[in-house]
Write a protein that binds this ligand. Structure first.
Ligand code: 5AD
Length: 343
């Protein structure tokens, strides 16, 4: 197995069978995989972690994803929208606290027209040359194009699962083809593009996970978020088990040795499971972490999946805490925007 892992590190493209074998390694044997992934990560990023600030600016969503607490059919969740000035103020505060990379994320909320979003992006960019990532779901080519022109640098939209029929059964409002079409449009428009998927969706197999990783490679992503599924009680998947943290980290590590250069976050969902893998993932390929920066009164309501609410601190204090935590693990904090590496 070690031989296969290092062949991949040197550029060999494994078969799906070989990938499945790697994904089924036990805890002891997986250490070789983690070590190889850590070496590849260090080769590209050293020991640096990029901290991204995320502003979850609206919890309204027209989509009806079976796993997500924000799905439109969930009537028990009170919804909020931040207005333009509030979003811009929040972004400025984050910049002042040291963030050089911000993600603007929301449910699929068409209240925010391209003009509104464009103005937000433009005004944040006037304040600072912070990198702006949009994560607002499926829109038209023309809207993506407009937002790129207004200054958006990056776009995050996970493919969620590479199994087309599973995808279509979990997303009644859309289709796998449309999702992939959007990702390709974003790439064509010159965005740095992030995709990703969940581990442990009911009906997923190791074969699916292998295909998920291959799809990231085909899409030639600049970023990939891989996180465990976490059941939310007010969704149709509320009674299923959470995905495995261990398998999540193996998937991150395999993605790192195969794709090499993309930014790979330690996902928030992996943190929520609160296992040893939360830290370990930084030594198995991950080089990014996201920190919420919207006002605390909204965080509780952005309930994609259940999570603990932390003691309220300022954006600056929270950033310091996170930096200290990463430093305590022996990592370094990057002071760059963390743009995509091109090789
Ligand atoms: N568990 C884990 N991740 C989830 N997401 C949505 N619902 C869940 C859940 N129940 C992830 C999806 C989506 C991102 C915003 O959150 O991957 O792309």
């Amino acid at each position: 197995m070690k031989e296969l892992i290092y062949k991949i590190v040197e550029g060999y493209e494994p078969t799906l069978d070989e990938m499945e074998k790697i994904l089924s390694l036990n805890e002891e044997d997986a250490e070789v995989l983690f070590k190889a992934a850590d070496e590849v990560k260090k080769r590209y990023f050293g020991n640096e972690v990029h901290i991204r600030g995320i502003i979850e600016f609206s919890s309204y969503c027209r989509a009806d994803c079976y796993y997500c607490g924000l799905r439109c059919s969930n009537r028990s969740l009170p919804r909020y929208r931040m207005d333009k000035d509030e979003i811009i103020e929040c972004a400025k505060e984050a910049v002042d606290a040291g963030y050089r990379s911000l993600v603007l994320q929301s449910g699929e909320d068409l209240y925010y027209t391209k003009e509104i979003l464009g103005e937000i992006v433009e005004r944040i960019k006037e304040y600072s040359d912070v990198a702006i990532t949009l994560s607002i779901g499926e829109r038209s080519f023309e809207e993506y194009e407009y937002l790129k022109e207004k200054g958006a640098d990056r776009f995050l939209m996970k493919h969620e699962t590479a199994d087309e029929s599973l995808y279509n059964s979990l997303h009644p409002h859309s289709s796998f083809k449309n999702r992939i079409g959007c990702l390709k449009n974003l790439k064509t428009l010159g965005y740095q593009v992030g995709s990703g998927f969940m581990i442990g969706l009911p009906g997923q197999t190791l074969r699916t996970v292998a295909k998920d990783i291959m799809l990231l490679k085909e899409l030639d992503v600049d970023m990939a978020g891989i996180g465990p599924f976490i059941p939310h009680k007010d969704t149709p998947l509320g009674k299923y088990d959470a995905g495995s943290a261990f398998l999540t980290v193996k998937a991150v590590a395999l993605t790192r040795i195969l794709l090499k250069r993309p930014h790979l976050p330690a996902t928030t969902a992996l943190g929520v499971l609160n296992t040893k893998y939360k830290d370990k993932v930084f030594f198995a390929g991950a080089n990014v972490i996201m920190q919420k920066v919207e006002p605390h009164k909204y965080r509780r309501l952005y309930e994609i999946y259940p999570k603990d609410i932390k003691f309220e601190k300022s954006i600056r204090e929270e950033r310091m805490d996170l930096e200290n935590y990463l430093l305590s693990l022996g990592l370094k904090i990057s002071d760059s925007r963390g743009d995509a590496l091109k090789i």
